[in-house]
Write a protein that binds this ligand. Structure first.
Ligand code: SF4
Length: 453
């Protein structure tokens, strides 16, 4: 931390808690606990920091009484959370992608204590990638490897110019690397997508695939790369000539990386598309060096997958209802649990399912008692029984997050949270303690009742 020129103090090496790129070179100027300036961040990242000064955030917990919210103290809110969760037979604990790994630890403990289902936003974004990785492995690399070595970059079904704006300038296309001293001039960019996105406009070559036919194109490329004859004149809207050229370029590069996004995970084929993408990269490694990296969205969606995997053996959609962790995407994923109307209570943290889930799942969420923890009064919070405002991890609290290439980074605290606002970790710990105390009291009551018989 050093003195900023002119005013305030400057916090250096700040990690941006917005997207999975986790840029770690930000400099934030702070004066009187207010963020005055942010250097090096993209517009999305800067606005997350600078908006802190203007945001009108709720600063007290709220409980719904007779249909409308009433402000309460933290003890009353925690008591209500404990009551809702302890009564529940199948609680759903969902979200986790925009908070630190320290909160994940406690959340998993709480899910186990309750015998609930814990799931992250992975189940509606890169869940298919995780399933494919379990099926066929993951010949991946760090973003540092890509920066220093790659001469061929492919974005497939991803538009980082909008979703991860500094990805190209920090890691893939523009930076100078150890073996790529001239930066962009030493690299080629290929974009495969259903439409000409802003990333595609920058590309040396744009390949327009017909919507929902990525699997076919990936399979055709594999066929050619494995030395077989492609009989069709076109596949997925791409001519045979273009497929042969693309395959040749991939085989003859020195080091290639395939970045893939939700255009691949959430179109027809889902995890089979990723199977095919990973298998293509595996095939290419018989000819050259190639790696594959998922373009993860929320800044710590990779982190919840990592922490869940250490602790339970499974990366998302973990069900503790049988007393041990069970995982069956399609059955134990949040949307399925809600659409089958199984969940009878929900704790939502660091995400907004009411704004993003299908209507049937949201209708069920609206019928069951819901607790929302987060900094803002989002649509999910507005439908909740209890809302507890929390501090913003990575700005008001230090924490740990995993970048999209599974490299863990320490997020810095830049300013103090508003008075009376607790961190996600502290709130979850209080709820966990309350649930445990209730369980002990219940056991004592049952024991007494048994002795009296
Ligand atoms: S690219 Fe992502 S992590 Fe980097 S500054 Fe922009 S929003 Fe933040």
């Amino acid at each position: 931390m050093k003195k900023a020129k002119g005013y305030g103090r400057m916090v250096t090496d700040v990690v941006c808690p917005f997207c999975g790129t986790l840029c770690d070179d930000l400099e934030v100027v702070v004066e009187d606990n207010k963020i005055k300036n942010v250097r090096h961040a993209c517009r999305i990242g800067s606005s997350k920091f600078l908006a802190m000064n203007e945001l009108k955030r709720p600063n007290r917990p709220m409980i719904r009484k007779d249909g409308s919210f009433e402000e309460v103290d933290m003890a009353a809110a925690i008591e209500e959370c404990g009551r809702i969760l302890s009564r529940s037979k199948r609680p759903l604990l969902y979200g986790w992608s925009s908070t630190g790994c320290e909160a994940h630890f406690v959340g998993i403990e709480l899910a186990e204590e309750l015998g609930g289902v814990i799931d992250s936003t992975s189940s509606v974004c890169h869940g298919p990638s995780v399933i494919a990785i379990q099926d066929v492995g993951y010949p991946s690399a760090t973003l540092g490897d890509v920066k220093n070595r790659a001469d061929l970059i492919i974005y497939w079904g991803a538009n980082p110019m909008h979703a991860h704006p500094r990805h190209l300038s920090r890691y893939s296309v523009f930076p100078r690397g150890y073996f790529r001293e001239r930066g962009q001039q030493d690299r080629e960019l290929i974009v495969v997508d259903v439409r000409k996105t802003d990333t595609a406009k920058l590309a040396n070559r744009f390949v327009q695939v017909r919507y929902g036919e990525d699997f076919e194109l990936l399979s055709a490329l594999r066929l050619v790369i494995n030395g077989k004859e492609l009989e069709a004149d076109e596949v997925a809207g791409v001519s045979k000539e273009d497929i042969l050229e693309l395959a040749d370029r991939m085989k003859t590069c020195q080091y290639g990386t395939l970045f893939f996004g939700m255009g691949l995970t959430q179109s027809y084929g889902t995890h089979r598309n990723i199977d095919a993408g990973i298998s293509l990269v595996r095939d290419l490694n018989h000819h050259t060096k190639f790696s594959i990296v998922a373009m993860r969205g929320h800044y710590n969606v990779t982190g919840i997958g990592e922490v869940l995997t250490w602790q339970t053996g499974y990366p998302f959609a973990v069900d503790f209802s049988r007393g041990y962790p069970r995982y069956n995407p399609g059955e134990t994923t949040a949307n399925d649990v809600l659409q089958r109307e199984e969940a009878d209570a929900a704790l939502i943290i660091a995400s907004d399912p009411v704004a993003h889930f299908p209507k049937k799942a949201v209708e069920h969420l609206a019928r069951i008692p819901m607790i929302t923890i987060g900094p803002h009064m989002i649509p999910t919070a507005q439908l909740s029984e209890v809302f507890i405002p929390s501090s913003i991890s990575g700005i008001e609290e230090a924490s740990t997050a995993y970048r999209m290439d599974t490299v863990p980074l320490k997020l810095r605290k830049v300013i103090e949270p508003p008075e009376g606002i607790y961190s996600d970790v502290e709130i979850l710990e209080m709820i966990l303690e309350n649930v445990r105390e209730r369980r002990v009291r219940q056991m004592e009551r049952e024991k007494k009742a048994g002795e009296g018989r």
